[in-house]
Write a protein that binds this ligand. Structure first.
Ligand code: UN1
Length: 492
């Protein structure tokens, strides 16, 4: 069991608050992975002050040098990948294969942004006037707040911090209280790689003390958040009140649309991967299968058989396909939605029970649940569950499939399964989602490709890809007049 500390101004520091938050392994709660501080608002403010003091030095470090430091971060992550993956599985619960995949993704993100350090370019723009030269330059914003969730506790902090740092900003990082250990490992790696003191600061604690202090602190110039809609909209309001940049990536209720001409084996496999991979605990999870009636019976039959073969258990066992819910509250939420689905009259095809045998009562395990004949207005078809629960919604034709797919408040990702080119383009054009997959699952994303959603899912610029640099920089426009005369702007 590790006792974790805050990292402020380049030093590991105890919190003044003696209360410690236990980091429990959700596969076996007798395994206490770590203890983290419940920091005070004053400590969060100290971290913001430290980030403010470090800003001048970091912004004056040439961007390619900042990139070289990130390449060292990449190498350290590669060296420590096994330790990172095991810590991730122990504190979050996902399978070790999923953890390795998450670490690799984070490494790819660091590699991409380290290279981008040499390409933080502006543009030159011809002026209306002779002997005038106009150009743009991207400059760092200042200290930024990075507030991250427990479900991707390595990849998400990295995909926020890497572009923030190469852009020349300093960081105050508040990880989720459920996954503190991986946050310490990441910050150790930044420190070992030569990130100067105060450039990355880590503060553990709750949203009220730490998150609110960060977004309201006068030094903080931008906030990037991934998590629930409740918290995100609150942060967005607080950022708006101060007039600072804010980026929030929130909920999803992602559909997989399966048309009559789809390759059914492919569609079934992808539905299982999207709905039950990472125990359904991802904002891109497939939570609705919108299936054209003519193939629905066969789809559900094959889906049930395939789901029955999934092994639910401790993610450290290599044979496990589905790990536990992250904590008791999440487990209760999932079981509550299963009850709501039954109560509203959906047909539970399989799963949805707490799994307790073979020692699994020490963890928060639920068998993957499939509901068939779900009405699009039911709660299980509208609300984000964040667990292994899939709703199959049958529709008569493609037009209804589209309106059902779009009939939720969220718009993160959507998949369409079809072999018809015209149908494919029609769905790509009309689905309300920030990320569309054609014949591939709703989940995942690549380091150099933008990520994010529309409608209630997100506000602010997309993450990852080159556009991430736009979020973390201010665009400055420069007019240079070399006529030597007085310019009469806007006078005719
Ligand atoms: C993925 O689909 O692999 O919180 C990433 C989430 C998303 C990340 C999902 N921001 O689940």
């Amino acid at each position: 069991m590790r006792t974790l500390k805050n990292f402020i101004g380049g030093a590991w520091r105890e919190s003044a608050n003696p209360t410690r938050v236990s980091d429990l392994n959700p596969a076996d709660v007798s395994d206490v992975v770590a203890e983290a501080p419940a920091s005070t608002a004053a400590e969060a403010a100290e971290a913001c002050d430290a980030a403010a003091r470090a800003f001048e030095g970091w912004r004056n470090t040439p961007a390619p040098v900042r990139g070289q430091i990130l390449f060292r971060v990449q190498r350290r992550m590669e060296e420590r990948r096994q330790e990172l993956a095991e810590a991730l599985t122990r504190e979050e619960g996902k399978t070790i294969a999923e953890s390795r995949g998450e670490i690799q993704r984070a490494i790819n993100v660091v590699e991409f942004f380290a290279g981008e350090a040499r390409r933080i370019t502006g543009e030159t723009i011809p002026s209306e006037l002779p002997n005038n030269f106009c150009y743009t330059v991207k400059q760092p914003m200042g200290p930024v707040g990075i507030i991250t969730p427990w479900n991707f506790p390595v990849a998400i902090p990295i995909w926020k911090m890497a572009p923030a740092l190469v852009s020349g900003n300093t960081v105050v990082f508040k990880p989720a209280t459920l996954t503190p250990l991986t946050a310490t490992l990441l910050v150790e790696i930044f420190d070992e790689s030569g990130v100067p003191p105060g450039v990355v600061n880590l503060v553990y604690g709750g949203g009220r003390e730490v998150g609110d202090t960060i977004v309201r602190h006068p030094a903080i110039q931008g906030v990037s958040f991934t998590g629930s809609n409740d918290v995100g909209t609150g942060l967005y309001s607080a950022a708006a009140a101060r007039g600072i940049k804010c980026q929030c990536e929130m909920g999803g209720k992602n559909p997989i649309v399966i048309l009559a001409d789809a390759d059914l084996d492919l569609a079934v496999e992808s539905t299982v991967q999207g709905a039950f991979g990472s125990t359904g605990q991802r904002c891109t999870a497939t939570s609705r299968a919108v299936v054209v009636e003519s193939i629905a019976n066969e789809f559900v039959e094959r889906l049930e058989a395939r789901t029955a073969s999934l092994v639910v258990g401790n993610g450290l066992n290599p044979g496990t396909h589905v790990g536990p819910s992250v904590d008791e509250r999440q487990l209760e939420t999932v079981l509550g939605y299963v009850e709501a689905g039954k109560h509203e009259g959906a047909c539970l095809v399989r799963g949805g029970d707490r799994v307790r045998d073979e020692g699994r009562d020490r963890g928060y395990f639920v068998s993957p649940a499939i509901f068939d004949r779900v009405d699009e207005h039911m709660r299980i078809a509208q609300e984000e569950i964040f667990g292994p629960v899939l709703s199959v919604i049958r529709v008569p034709d493609n037009a209804r499939a589209l309106s059902v797919a779009n009939g939720v408040r969220f718009g993160l990702s959507a998949s369409v399964y079809t072999t018809d080119v015209a149908s494919m383009f029609r769905f790509v054009d009309r689905l309300d989602a920030g990320i569309i997959h054609v014949n591939s699952p709703t989940v995942g994303g690549e380091a150099h490709i933008p990520f994010g959603g529309m409608k209630a899912t997100g506000v602010g610029l997309r993450e990852m890809g080159r556009v991430a640099i736009d979020f973390y920089t201010e665009l400055k426009v420069v007019y240079v007049d070399y006529t030597g005369g007085v310019r009469k702007t806007n006078l005719y």
